[in-house]
Design a binder for this molecule. Structure first.
Ligand SMILES: [Zn+2]
Length: 137
């Protein structure tokens, strides 16, 4: 007797294939696409080799199809419009974050600790004091 289960994607009942006792998605193409998409996302997150391999394959494919994105943008104006809005929003968010960090103006910079200056990723711990707040000698 076939085991019956509810699909986690569409919620419809389906017969579980005896070969796949843990089956959670029904055989309908959209649900199988969803299952594969989630599997791939999780694999990319957890498997660095898989992620590198995917990136290399995509780069190789793009090298073979250099006009793909140009043609895609020409034939999908909605995509171009949406992308432009997202970029604008992102730029605005980054702009507002920058203004939270520091106002424009003159500052005195006090080096608190020079850390490993010889290294490329070295940094300095500094304190910035607005020049207007200083009392001149
Ligand atoms: Zn389904």
């Amino acid at each position: 007797m076939a085991l019956n289960r509810r699909c986690v994607a569409c919620g419809q009942c389906f017969d579980v294939r005896p070969q796949v006792p843990d089956q959670r998605y029904c055989p309908s193409p959209p649900c199988q696409r969803e299952r594969r998409k989630l599997w791939q996302q999780s694999r990319r997150r957890t498997d660095p080799d898989y992620r590198d391999n995917q990136l290399r394959a995509q780069a190789a494919w793009l090298a073979r199809n250099p006009d793909y994105w140009k043609c895609y943008r020409e034939s999908h104006p909605d995509y171009v419009q949406r992308n432009r809005q997202q970029q604008r929003r992102k730029a605005q968010q980054q702009g507002s974050m920058a203004s939270d960090v520091a106002a424009a103006g003159l500052f005195m910079m006090y080096v608190i600790s020079p850390i490993a200056l010889a290294k490329m990723d070295a940094c300095l711990l500094v304190k910035l004091v607005p020049v207007s707040g200083l009392t001149r000698p």
